[in-house]
Design a protein around this ligand. Structure first.
Ligand SMILES: *Cc1c(COP(=O)(O)O)cnc(C)c1O
Length: 424
């Protein structure tokens, strides 16, 4: 598959944009080579500037659960766009989308719209600190919550150690306010809570991790998370990826969680920039203008993004069978993938929930981030390019989730499994 036009664009892009990209993973650093410049999408497929077609498993990193350019979503955006792109004033579509979010998340009384998942988690943490009057935040290794300073903290060296920044430009003093624990280590979490629970404002977590590849929570880990409430710690379920994906009510519905605050994004904006945080009234009433926790945005609640999100959520709500469909299709991909990998004698662990899936090239089980890091990334590179050259656009890093949409069918899954067999 030749990509001369993408090559030329990438060379030019690198002269004007750091790494040629607006978000790092897009540069293919983990797998090498030139990223295709994608210019069109329809259903489960995308086309690059050279006219090559790919079966898409990136799906814009999660928002496109209905597939690319869903006609109804596009029509609703067009209709709103013709009346004005932004007003910086309240808009009826914000109210409609807020009501949808509350239907999906019965524990949410009030919801505030922002533009990105990063803003949602950053604001939720400010709110948790403002509400509790405490300053420490707990996060888990390998969980990603956007790029706000205090959340760009990854690896501590044990359950009770302070976090160290995982990006230059994050002051150590600031990173120290983030305590980092191992995901799926309930005893580590309980030990920290016993030692310092009263100093912790919030625990933020990915209920099902998608940003270390897919990691599924153990029952005892979920139990330990909820025990944190006994210490007055707020539980922030970061459902930016899982919200409206694992079920209409996200991981909260599917796993029966009781978070104090939820953060949403990706599917919420239906392909345009919209995100949100929400929770119980008494907590959310601390947000300005009702309360002392400041948070604002010029384009927050943008009518186009609200329209795309509302259209997407309406379609999902009207078609509850979609979640069953995605579960069955995901199971088919998972089973087929296991079979292909076993036939080829490749050590593997396939982690999946619903329409989110990752294959790790290591003996399973892969439960923690430490387990995930054992994957053979060299083999992944060749697997990735083997797929790309066969017209399958898999996420360009082993530590990302592949996504199915309702536009994917058994035909696409069969094609993918054939391509995987050949690539391996
Ligand atoms: C994508 C993601 C974010 C960040 O959202 P952006 O819109 O990229 O800022 C935060 N948390 C989770 C769990 C995500 O998957």
């Amino acid at each position: 598959m030749e990509r001369p036009i993408s090559e030329a664009y990438f060379q030019e892009a690198k002269r004007h944009i750091p790494g040629g990209v607006s978000s790092p993973v897009r540069a293919f650093k983990a797998v090498g080579g030139t990223p295709p410049f994608l210019v069109r999408g329809e259903g489960a497929y995308v086309w690059d500037a050279d006219g090559n077609r790919y079966l898409d498993y990136v799906m814009s990193w999660g928002p496109l659960i209905l597939g690319h350019a869903h006609p109804e979503v596009v029509a609703r955006v067009k209709e709103v766009a013709e009346k004005g792109l932004t007003f910086g004033a309240p808009h009826p579509l914000e109210v409609a989308l807020a009501k949808k979010v509350k239907r999906a998340y019965p524990g949410v009384d009030l919801v505030r719209f922002v533009s990105t998942g990063t803003e949602a988690t950053m604001s939720a943490i400010r709110l948790a600190r403002g509400y509790t009057g405490r300053k420490y935040v707990v996060k888990f290794r390998g969980n990603y919550h956007g790029h706000a300073d205090g959340l760009l903290v990854e690896a501590g060296s044990g359950a009770l150690t302070f976090g160290v920044p995982s990006s230059a430009g994050v002051p150590e003093e600031y990173a120290k306010l983030t305590l980092v624990l191992e995901y799926n280590d309930p005893e580590g979490l309980r030990a920290l809570l016993r030692a310092r629970g009263e100093e912790v404002a919030a625990i933020i977590f990915e209920p099902v991790v998608g940003n270390a590849g897919v990691l599924l929570p153990t029952e005892d880990f979920l139990k330990a998370l909820h025990e944190a409430k006994e210490y007055g710690v707020l539980l922030i379920a970061d459902e930016v990826m899982t919200g409206f994906r694992l079920a209409f009510g996200g991981a909260t519905e599917r796993l029966g969680l009781k978070p104090d605050l939820v953060t949403l994004g990706k599917i919420l904006g239906g392909g345009l920039p919209a995100a949100a945080y929400g929770g119980r009234r008494e907590i959310m009433e601390k947000v300005a203008p009702l309360g002392p926790v400041y948070q604002a945005g010029t384009l927050s609640g943008n009518p186009l993004a609200m329209a795309a999100g509302l259209a997407t959520l309406e379609i999902l709500e009207e078609n509850p069978g979609y979640y069953r469909y995605l579960e069955d299709l995901g199971a088919k991909l998972e089973a087929g993938l296991r079979e292909v990998l076993s036939q080829k004698g490749v050590p593997h662990a396939v982690n999946r929930m619903g329409s989110m899936l990752t294959v790790f090239f290591t003996e399973g089980p892969v439960v923690t981030f430490q387990d995930a890091k054992r994957t053979d990334t060299e083999l992944f590179k060749r697997f990735f390019h083997g797929l790309l050259d066969r017209g399958v656009y898999w996420p360009p890093s082993n530590f990302e989730a592949a996504f199915l949409s309702v536009a994917h069918t058994e035909v696409e899954v069969e094609k993918t499994l054939d391509a995987m067999g050949e690539a391996l």
